[in-house]
Design a protein around this ligand. Structure first.
Ligand code: NAP
Length: 307
């Protein structure tokens, strides 16, 4: 029986684990399908406070993991396959194993959608990015491409014009899902060129470990073009990793969990942290912040409910 189980080992989960471990709660952290979370998909992180020269994303989460272990957090591998939150202790199942806990911190994160190209993942951190706030700075005076037709794509394209000399926004249809105002703002920006309806088919150059081009196909007439570029920002949305909580925890239409009191969910004793409950800020530092809040809330809840 655990005092606290933390689902997810990204910035939010590991920060929650550090706080819970330092509170003598000996938390169990369940790694999930992407141990270390989204930071493992980045290279240099320059906006996490305390690192004036930046730090590599994987190194940052590895440090957090060691810090949690030092205070007594333990780790389990695997993705949670079922949860029973109907009464305490909660039951958390990972494949054949079921763990019991008095409190649960859900920090399962969100996964940035990728285009699904064979070479895309290999170039993440080497020209391909899913986060303009994180990586825009590296593309000063460069020509880059943004993929997508929703508000995220408009927002990222507009933000990236602060750095890039030119942003080409590629969308697979002529119609946009983006709100009128954000689409209009992007259209009025002289640095943004729209290219529709084009489907991105491939990215190069994996051999050089650096993005140098994007191959696109016209969605109607099939014409192909190779566009030289330094950066591709894939802005086609995120998926919160919340399927296992459907019908158990309150979520919005897109599947993001909703905190009800502090970081507590609609279920007493279940707390939320990081991108699983945040589609707005999505930063390492905000994930860490809410991880800290969830752990403090869990600790206070345990104190209040001690037998
Ligand atoms: P979204 O609205 O679902 O849009 C995703 C876009 O990506 C769509 O244009 C879609 O094309 C395209 N897409 C999806 N899969 C693709 C694929 N495999 N290949 C090529 N294109 C693909 O997602 P979002 O833009 O992240 O927005 C999510 C929610 O957050 C929305 O409610 C949005 O309003 C909100 N949001 C708000 C703000 C803001 O107000 N500041 C900023 C960002 C997001 P199709 O249209 O052809 O399907």
């Amino acid at each position: 029986m655990y005092n606290v189980i933390v689902i997810g080992s990204g910035c939010a989960g590991l920060t929650a684990a550090i706080y819970a471990a330092r509170g003598n709660l000996a938390p169990l952290v369940l790694d999930g399908h992407e141990p270390g979370g989204q930071l493992t998909l980045t290279t240099m992180v320059e906006n996490f406070p305390g690192f004036p020269d930046g730090i590599l994303g994987p190194a940052l989460v590895e440090n957090m993991r060691k810090q949690a272990q030092r205070f007594g957090a333990t780790f389990g591998t695997g993705t949670v396959t079922a949860v029973d939150l109907s009464r305490r202790p909660f039951k958390i199942t990972v494949g054949k194993d079921t763990h019991e806990c008095q409190t649960l911190i859900v920090a399962a994160g969100a996964t940035a959608r990728l285009l699904g190209l064979e070479n895309e993942r290999k170039l993440i951190g080497h020209g391909v990015s899913t986060c303009a706030t994180c990586d825009g700075f590296f593309f000063r005076d460069k020509e880059i491409i943004v993929a997508g037709g929703g508000d995220s794509a408009m927002e990222e394209a507009t933000f990236l014009t602060k750095f890039a000399s030119k942003v080409t926004l590629i969308h697979r249809r002529n119609e946009f899902r983006a709100s009128k105002i954000m689409l209009q703002r992007a259209r009025e920006n002289k640095k943004i060129e729209f290219m529709t309806p084009y489907v991105i088919e491939d990215v190069g150059n994996v051999e050089k470990q650096a993005l140098d081009s994007v191959t696109v196909r016209h969605a109607d007439n099939g014409e192909r073009k190779v566009l030289p570029t330094h950066g591709l920002f894939v802005a086609i949305g995120h998926e919160p990793n919340t399927k296992v909580f459907a019908g158990k925890l309150d979520m919005d239409a897109a599947g993001y969990l909703i905190p009800r009191k502090g970081m507590m969910s609609n279920v007493e004793g279940v707390f939320l942290a990081g991108d699983v409950q945040d589609h707005v800020y999505r930063q390492a530092v905000t994930a860490a912040g809410t991880g800290c809040m969830a752990a403090i809330d869990a600790e206070r809840f345990l104190d209040a409910h001690a037998h």
